[in-house]
Write a protein that binds this ligand. Structure first.
Ligand code: CAA
Length: 258
């Protein structure tokens, strides 16, 4: 499928690569772009050749936020009726891991989109922020919630109230970012990480992602119970038999996703 505001490709090794592609607008997340992103995410989630999804922008901008020009004249009733933000929720229903490869501006909805991914690989130039307060609004796609879970209340407050930006180094120190690489190599490194994940047993990967995400929603007791059920369920898979047989036979495992 061809898109206008994103590029989707399969560079091999089980990776599904999506590039946000509105460079002149610093990849501002317009409703049309978000609709295409939702469609591409769903297509890769359903594609048996894809084991891990990589979401990126370009060197200058991952995304500078929701498209301000597209919503500048909107009223509350229009925002409510059209519910432009609900398509953004698609990423939360994707069962395969999604890695954000972030360089340059990662602001507002861009930061929220990156935080909706499962891991973040950053370039040295990445800059994270929630500058909505400068526009007379607040984050609308989870910024106040995900940021607070990720980096704690004090710093989240400063970012949301005073447009405090985080450098890549700071974001890594606060646990938001997994790895930092030079601008020239961050995408290759993120692709390697995606390929590594895509090379694991697909059902175990899927349930591992589900289990970790439940830690944000359930009490510790409920989360532990949920994890145990998923763990037990994996003993019904051919990949569990294969993985353990391969270990015992000292040979590589061959996953079938069954
Ligand atoms: N929406 C629409 N267009 C945007 C945009 C956005 N979020 N961010 C940048 N652009 C456009 C600019 O209007 C400009 O377009 P023109 O050439 O047609 O004028 C182009 O991208 C390049 O931007 P700048 O000239 O401003 O580039 P700069 O290097 O001087 O500044 C920047 C870069 C600091 C990122 C600045 O563009 C900026 O502050 N952007 C807005 C960031 C922001 O406030 N994001 C939050 C949006 S609201 C939101 O996301 C709500 C939510 O939670 C869902």
């Amino acid at each position: 499928m061809t898109y206008e505001f994103i590029l989707a490709e399969k560079p091999g090794h089980g990776v599904g690569l999506i590039r946000l592609n509105r460079p002149k607008a610093l990849n501002a997340l317009s409703p049309d772009l978000m609709a295409e992103l939702g469609a591409a995410l769903k297509a890769f989630d359903a594609d048996p050749e894809v084991g891990c999804i990589l979401l990126t922008g370009n060197e200058r901008a991952f995304a500078a936020g929701a498209d301000i020009k597209a919503m500048a004249h909107a009223g509350a009733v229009e925002m409510l009726k059209n519910d432009l933000i609900s398509v953004w929720e698609t990423i939360h229903h994707i069962t395969k891991p999604v890695i954000a490869a972030v360089s340059g501006f990662c602001l507002g909805g861009g930061c929220e989109l990156a935080m909706s991914c499962d891991l973040i690989v950053a370039s040295e130039s990445a800059q994270f922020g929630q500058p909505e307060i400068n526009l007379g609004i607040i984050p609308g796609f989870g910024g106040t919630q995900r940021l607070t879970h990720a980096i704690g209340k004090g710093l989240a407050m400063e970012m949301v109230l005073a447009d405090r930006r985080l450098s890549a180094e700071e974001a890594q120190a606060y646990g938001l970012v997994n790895h930092i690489f030079p601008v020239e190599t961050y995408l290759d490194e993120a692709t390697k990480l995606a390929a590594k994940i895509a090379g694991q047993a697909p059902l175990a990967v899927r349930l591992a992602k589900e289990a970790v995400n439940k830690a944000f929603e359930l009490s510790l007791r409920e989360g532990l119970q949920h994890e145990r059920r998923l763990f037990q369920m994996l003993f019904a898979t051919a990949d569990q038999k294969e993985g353990m047989a391969a270990f015992v036979a000292k040979r590589p495992a061959h996953w079938t996703g069954q």
